[in-house]
Write a protein that binds this ligand. Structure first.
Ligand code: ADP
Ligand code: MG
Length: 351
């Protein structure tokens, strides 16, 4: 581990803060001044714990990549501070080569990879030639860890998106960073291979105590992987917690939509389902039972085949809800149905 590097102080006037989280951000803002001023990150506070996988999630343009760059030191915050191990994260003005020495960023796309070089060389080239035995064994170790030893002699250009991502991660990890930052790491990985890669990253985190911060616009894909989720909307952190707590008790409709594609209803819409409430609510798709009833006021408007389940669009003239239904109980389109709501979430206010 690059302990000595990360504990160092980059900014002469800085005083280390103690008893704070590994990565600690307070009142952090990032503003792009162009033709139009964009507040990409808007006065956020965050804490990232050592040895965990933290996922920053949110819709496109919500400030996720900007926050990741701030953590790494590629951008300087306009307000507030970000600390790593209690020390201020250095930015371009403090350090010639941008990026914190204890961290590695795997960027979107595969900008860092040499497409026409072999996998082996892409990874090995990160180590100096001062100890060739070490270079060889360490490269082999990384290939095995990322399960790409069989690809060592292939050109990166000939690999699939998932395999390239594994090469990029092996390359990033070979110098033992303490923190791995990844921007949309599963974007170009086929759904079928995504789970395996996520579980392999999980295992690496457990084995070597790595801290991972990743960005995703499709939170469903990281629910199973992250320990903590940071939810961003328009530059603000609007929710924060474990995947389970945010899935079952999100603080706002945005999180419910993002994590569960939940049905968000106004209080009047809720009343039409006989749910008395003075607030807006969210009903996850799997919390609705759809029961045939020819006297009921609702009907099946549409049916979407999703493989092992079907998604029904149900409702009346003014209301449409999405419900996940097991294919064992097929009902036809236009069938009149009653809706049994097994569970719902009540929000303090609609944002
Ligand atoms: P996300 O990663 O969540 O999609 P970003 O952090 O990339 O969002 O961007 C947040 C906002 O900041 C967006 O409105 C984006 O257009 C703007 N932005 C990002 N980078 C720049 C830049 N270099 N110059 C100007 N505006 C930028
Ligand atoms: Mg982004």
């Amino acid at each position: 581990m690059a302990q000595s590097k990360s504990a160092c102080q980059y900014i002469p006037s800085d005083i280390q803060k103690t008893d704070i989280s590994l990565i600690h951000g307070r009142h952090v803002s990032s503003i792009f001044e162009g033709k139009k001023k964009v507040v990409a990150v808007d006065l956020v506070d965050f804490d990232i714990q050592q040895g965990q996988i933290t996922a920053i999630i949110g819709e496109s343009g919500s400030g996720k990549s900007t926050l990741l760059k701030l953590i790494y030191g590629l951008l300087e915050p306009q307000s507030g501070e970000i600390r790593y191990k209690g020390w201020l994260v250095p930015t371009r003005k403090d350090k010639l080569i941008p990026g914190h020495d204890a961290m590695k960023l795997v960027s979107q796309g595969f900008d860092d990879l040499n497409l026409y070089a072999k996998v082996w060389d892409n990874i090995a080239s990160q180590l100096p030639n001062t100890n060739l035995d070490y270079k060889k064994t360490r490269t082999e170790e990384m290939l095995q860890r990322l399960k790409i030893d069989h690809l060592a002699q292939q050109r990166v250009a000939d690999l699939s998106g998932g395999e390239r991502q594994r090469v990029a991660i092996a390359r990033a990890l070979i110098n033992d960073p303490e923190v791995l930052l990844m921007d949309e790491p599963f974007n170009q990985v086929d759904a079928a291979f995504r789970d395996d890669l996520q579980q392999d990253i999980r295992q690496i985190v457990n084995e070597i105590g790595l801290t991972v911060v990743l960005v995703s616009h499709d939170p469903a894909e990281v629910l199973a992987m992250a320990d903590t989720l940071i939810v961003m909307k328009q530059g603000k952190i609007v929710d924060l917690g474990s995947p389970e707590s945010l899935y079952f008790t999100p603080k706002n409709p945005y999180t419910a939509l993002l994590l569960a594609k939940s049905n968000v209803l106004t209080k009047d819409q809720a009343l039409s389902l006989s749910i008395p409430t003075s607030d807006s609510i969210a009903i996850h798709q799997e919390w609705i039972d759809v029961v045939a009833d020819e006297n009921a006021d609702f009907w099946i408007k549409n049916i979407r085949f999703r493989g092992f389940y079907k998604e029904y669009v149900v409702g009346n003239e003014t209301l449409s809800l999405h419900a996940i239904v097991n294919t064992a109980t097929p009902l036809p389109k236009n069938c009149q149905v009653d809706l049994l709501i097994r569970q719902y979430i009540r929000f303090k206010q609609l944002e």
